[in-house]
Design a protein around this ligand. Sequence first.
Ligand code: SF4
Length: 359
Amino acid sequence: ELKIAPSIKDDFDDDELLACAENLENVPPEILEKPKKTKERPNNPLFKYRRGVLSVSDLSAQIWCEQQLLYKFLYPFVLNDDGEIKRVDDKPHMLRGTSLHLERELEIQIKISIECKTREDSYGVRLLNMIQGINGILTWDKPNERYITREMPIFGNMYGGKLYFRGIIDEINYDPRTNQLEVVEFKTRASKTAPRPQQTYTHEVQVNIYRTLLDELIQGRVDKSLYFERYNLEPTTPLCDSVRNEYNERGFSNVDTLENAFDLLTKLAFQMPTITTNGAIEYILQTDATWKHRKEFHRDEHHLEQLLLKSEPFWLGTREPEGVDIEDAYKCNWCDYSDICQWREEKANEFARKKQRLN
Ligand code: SF4
């Protein structure tokens, strides 16, 4: 019996729904007949499922299993054990992870609401979050204490590549004594065990991407026009009063448009005293946040570049998705799509044929 849910849920985003409409029932006709946006976008996974901007976790999911990632786009809902339709990533442990992230953020920061009227306004707020974090490091006046900022947005196309990434850095630490900048990723664990190397590997890649994106911002290697193009934003649209006031109240005057905000961000980032030195992952137990397992590691630029070269053709639609290798077949045991996975079936048939030949 397939666990894939063919019906749609009300909270489905229209564009997301259109991308997988052929696999779903009950798609409202007004969505299927929705006029196409004037801008023609390439018909590849990057634009079809992600509108030209990948999240950093898309790449980790791709490393885990590219075929599974594609199934998540095509069949985003599954039936849980109680027969309810759920988004495939809305698992209790994932929701718990999200609330733990929020708890950690609130340990050192407060959240406020800012009224936004346009997409440009909400991106203006995201840029303000980045500006605040970077300005905090630049103005830090306690020479013997570390500065910490959490949940800082980041974006960019690494090494001038064709893929564009967005993400949220869980934590950035600046130590003025050593002039070192560290990027930390939080992950939660269901049990008091160190994660398997295959899991830490995807987490390390994630941290390395954040470090590279942050460094490119600090080094002034960000393309302003590409940012506006990929996010489909109007740089000169005036920001609404509440967003402009927020900039003013934090001491950043003359920010009237998103372009002003972008220029301020790159100017401040360029004044940063150092680029990132260290990377770490902190694993915390879901049921007891006092249990921690920390892993520090060095950056491997060459490996990251190779990885991007391998992942790019899938997103650009020039090669088919690949499932896991035989030595990683354990991943299929936890996979929501194992019953319908063609890659798995082909590998099993291949294995059976080999066995037959040997006999
Ligand atoms: Fe990937 Fe295995 Fe799931 Fe297929 S069954 S999508 S190969 S993890």
